[in-house]
Design a protein. Sequence first.
Length: 459
Amino acid sequence: MNRENFGSRLGAILAAAGSAVGLGNVWRFPIETGQNGGAAFIIIYILCILLLGLPVMISEFLIGRYTHTNTAGAYRILSKGSKWHWLGKMGVYTGWFILCYYAVVGGWTLHYTYLSLTNAFSGVKASDFGNIFNDFVSNPWIPLLWFYLFILLTHYVITRGVQSGIERSSKILMPTLFIIVVFLAVSSVMLPGASAGVEFLLRPDWSKVDSKTIIEAMGQAFFSLSLGMGCLCTYASYFDKTTPLGKTALHVSVIDTLIAILAGFIIFPSVFNIGMNPNEVGVGASLTFISLPNVFQQALGEGSLMSIIFSAFFYFLLFVAALTSAISLHEVATAYVTEEFNMTRNRGASLVTIVVLVLGTLCSLSFGPLSNIKILDRNIFSMFDDLSGVILLPIGVMFISLFAGWRLDKELYRNEISNHGDIETPYFKMLIFSLRFMIPLAILLVFLDQLGLFKAIFK
Ligand code: PFF
């Protein structure tokens, strides 16, 4: 079959960085940093990226580029009839699953961009932002319409193909995202009283660091780098054979971390400017859609032009970040159905989109008309979120590292990362050690933690 490749190295890096830079960079990383000792957390996080994240990323790149096919096919080829072939399929379905709720949130970012542009937050009492959000998500129609728009945009990019769709959009969207992040961070840092926010984010406070901090840093590193779901493996299947895998992985990780740190510079200076307690801003959706609209109004002047510009850019930034991640998740599933079931790209993408439309509709409605459907005490949306992020992702990353460390032929591994001897790889032994022992052990800890097993021990 005729398979497209990325047309340039920059395009490949930006596409992979687009997958990595997502909602997680903005709505989780800054808060985790602020609450876990500032720079101390950042240092631990960077160590997690270097020691644990990079080896998995390089392995996923290698598996994709070597086999030159979709993730399920890639593991099937490399597992040569053994049970390991399940790993690829699991990645595909996990990614597909994540897309269903991730795209719903993508729709929310569009709605909040619209609300910002129409100055809808002006004059709202601080205590009413929660109601605005709850009224919105529980409405049976409006979130659905935004979700459909978001997924149709994703679908459009995917149907344009690897070069004119994914690569081209990444080359436009990623620089746009970077410019917006810098603009927002600089504006926020220039607010009166902002230095306390910068200090909160950067002052290393080692007394806040305990085993729990390290576990959180690991979990965040894996999610943020888009590991374990076939995204990077699928994108790497479009790399050409001369792409340096180690260097590309490093570039992607640096971009991802830089954006996450800059997101902290957007959020905390504004929070401190209005004298809000940074421990009360919440995390995830409540931070993004309830606390921050209020923070931006008050910090930049209620209803002022600057508050409109700032908040519209902020939600647009979230939209762009979510879109490029959603594109990567969609591509994993599209490449899979197209190649494994011999469909045209358009047909494959349509099948993926239809499934996402159906399941995503259920996720979206689970805040409104379907809110009484509970599985293990969670609504459908949280069930999707927890199942993929808390259970399938750590399992996926753990098995990928075991597969790469123990099962893949070491000569093949070395040949691939050195591009058959063209590139020095002094880190090879360390990499294999990490894949074989450090990562599986680390994930076991993350996993046990997420199951709540450490809560009792570490209070
Ligand atoms: N890395 C993205 C984020 O930080 O929001 C989320 C994500 C995208 C996770 C794609 C996994 C994935 F395969």
